[in-house]
Design a protein around this ligand. Sequence first.
Ligand SMILES: Cc1cc2nc3c(=O)[nH]c(=O)nc-3n(C[C@H](O)[C@H](O)[C@H](O)COP(=O)(O)OP(=O)(O)OC[C@H]3O[C@@H](n4cnc5c(N)ncnc54)[C@H](O)[C@@H]3O)c2cc1C
Length: 391
Amino acid sequence: MDFAFNDEEELFRKTVKEFCTKNLASRIKEIDEKAEIPKELFSSMAQLGLLGLNVSQEYGGLETGFVNTAIAAEEMGYADISLSTAIFPFLIGNAFAYIVDMYGTQQLKEEILPKIAGGEILLGIAATEPQCGNDLANIKTKARVESSQYVVTGEKAYATGVAEIEERGGGFLTLAYTAPEKGYKGMTLVYVPLSRPGIETTLYDAVGKRGSSYGGFSLTDVKVPKHFLIGEEGRGVRLALEGVSRARVLMSIAAVGAARRCVDLALDYAKQRIVFGKPIASYQGIQFQLADDYTKLEAAKLLAYKAAWLIDKAVKREIPTAAAMTKLWVPHVAYDVINHVLTWFGAYGYTKECNIEMALRGVLSLLSGAGGTENTMRITISRSLFGKDFV
Ligand SMILES: Cc1cc2nc3c(=O)[nH]c(=O)nc-3n(C[C@H](O)[C@H](O)[C@H](O)COP(=O)(O)OP(=O)(O)OC[C@H]3O[C@@H](n4cnc5c(N)ncnc54)[C@H](O)[C@@H]3O)c2cc1C
């Protein structure tokens, strides 16, 4: 057993940290206030390989390990505590570009993966609909075959990246019924470019991680070629969940990064804020809360990196549960830690000047549903323990 990152991983962390310190950390206010990621960041992230970490080299990716992807997520969360940049384009793009790389047709891979890795176009996931998120069997979107095309009709909601994809190009891996009578086994994942005729987009005004957009789109007889199919018909839920497991781990690790950054800011503040003649760092009320929180954050981080390690080792049977445990526990710990240190700043903490509230809003997106709700994680974990006959 070895808890240390190897030399290559440490070097990778150093490189990403330097990039984030230089390009991201000083711009988080701007990202949050303008509710957009600066355009040049997409190309500079791509130049460093950050948008194709899990894409094969033959399609222009770095084809690096998942632990490295997790390291990058942590550093991005540390630099951009709103979590905007870490979540989109970084982690959703990487999680689902991997799915295209693994299961897409040769033609689709050639057409989109080099552009995704190069930051020219972006990729999202569209499973949720206005009437259902957890209960995916209830989706209404359908894809029917007409000669050499899929014709997709329905409505997708609460998807990350709608505005960026509309502006820069790219599309969504879209979950649709191809055989509704088969329930979960009748659902299929199809790549749908957002520029296709028949698509209308909507944007929502999200509470947090405002730099990455949040929206939906309707599809009216949207035609895509048959080679846009991911895997086989009927495997859509499985493949979507494989990508979602990866995203769950990465978003949790990004939340650890944001919480670590907030703790670092609070440590500095607590050492210089004098109250009743002493720095607040010298009060046990503060010290003990910090000790508890730091311990929980370290445990949460280990849980998340263990899940990343399992993904790298391709321990397929354990990955969904490990990812669900990570997503259930880690964002919650990060949220509590950030919430506590916000109060160390007193009245100043309750201003936008202080920035900590930005992290709180960002991590709240993970508690609200991004990557699945807490009860969905509980269902996944219980099912792995009791078996499908009970849960
Ligand atoms: C910031 C953000 C980004 C997102 N990005 C994407 C995206 O890119 N692509 C995408 O497809 N979706 C995305 N989503 C949607 C997300 O996947 C859904 O929010 C999630 O699956 C939950 O679905 P729902 O919101 O419809 O909640 P519902 O399914 O309506 O659930 C409502 C509440 O009931 C609880 N509940 C449901 N079923 C049970 C049960 N059996 N037992 C106990 N409690 C239950 C849930 O835990 C929840 O608290 C995003 C959501 C957010 C908040």
